[in-house]
Design a protein around this ligand. Structure first.
Ligand code: NAP
Length: 247
């Protein structure tokens, strides 16, 4: 038996448990299970790993994505750059940390740009400055897309929402929402942008996946922009974790 699972606290609903449990059933994977490990403190991790000998891999969620790094033997390049881990591979008593949001976002963005037939944008705006924003920034840099982070605070990003005028919107043809605005149940909220400046050459990517079409995406679509939600990225990051655990 191989055991996989999720650490975080508290763990109420979990996309990963549902995803992997359904995957094991659908693909007739018989010797694997996916469990929830709601540990109250991250220093309970070594005990968890030594108690469950069959543990082969873990996903990591709030509040341990950064704190878990001190407990790992190695960090993959993307996780190191973003300074956050959402996947751990356990092999030969060695723990390696990965950030599969990086892989999920890159794969989804490539597919989106291709499908949109607009070509790769040169410049982008990243709305928000949290963990997901850092993963997005790392991918954009890797792809040679210059990006600026937009924050509510003057000291966090390079821009404030009040700085976003017609010129900035025109110059940045890719706009990525990494804030939770628009996410269920708060589905009426959206980032504060001059939406009328968005046009047919724009690409709007929302990391939010529930609902499938947020107000942010709806407003962009009304202006003729190509749109993409975060569902494809979510599946992409989960599949990458599976690939890492089975290397
Ligand atoms: P986070 O670390 O909490 O960061 C969210 C950022 O959004 C904050 O740093 C903040 O930036 C901004 N923000 C928060 N509340 C806001 C508000 N009311 N108005 C405007 N800006 C606000 O969260 P995260 O882990 O980066 O995740 C962000 C979102 O991405 C979540 O909705 C999450 O579900 C989604 N996500 C999706 C995927 C996927 O696979 N599709 C993967 C990862 C995350 P400032 O304080 O600088 O304004």
């Amino acid at each position: 038996m191989k055991i996989f699972g999720l650490i975080g606290y508290p763990l109420s609903h979990s996309f990963s448990k549902k995803y992997f449990t359904q995957k094991f059933a659908k693909e007739n994977i018989k010797d694997c299970s996916y469990e929830l490990f709601p540990i109250e403190e991250i220093d309970q991790l070594p005990e968890l790993i030594s108690n469950i000998r069959e543990l082969r891999g873990l996903n990591v969620t709030i509040p341990y994505k950064e704190k878990v790094i001190d407990f790992l033997d190695e960090l993959e390049e993307g996780a190191k750059a973003v300074a956050a881990v959402n996947t751990i591979r356990i092999a030969d008593q060695k723990l390696t940390g990965y950030n599969t949001d990086v892989f999920g976002f890159e794969k989804s963005l490539r597919g989106f740009v291709e499908k949109s037939r607009r070509g790769f944008p040169e410049k982008a705006l990243i709305l928000g400055t949290g963990g997901a924003a850092k993963a997005v920034h790392y991918v954009l840099e890797k792809l040679g897309i210059k990006s600026l982070m937009v924050s509510r605070s003057i000291d966090k990003g390079q821009l404030n929402y009040t700085d976003l005028d017609a010129l900035i919107i025109k110059e940045n043809q890719l706009i990525i929402n990494t804030t939770p605005l628009g996410m269920s149940p708060d589905i009426q909220s959206f980032p504060s942008l001059p939406y009328r400046e968005i046009g047919r050459d724009h690409l709007l990517f929302d990391l939010v996946y529930n609902p499938g079409k947020t107000v942010f995406l709806e407003k962009g679509e009304d202006q003729g922009a190509a749109i993409q939600n975060g569902l494809d990225m979510l599946y992409g990051q989960a599949e990458k974790a599976w690939e890492i655990w089975n290397q």
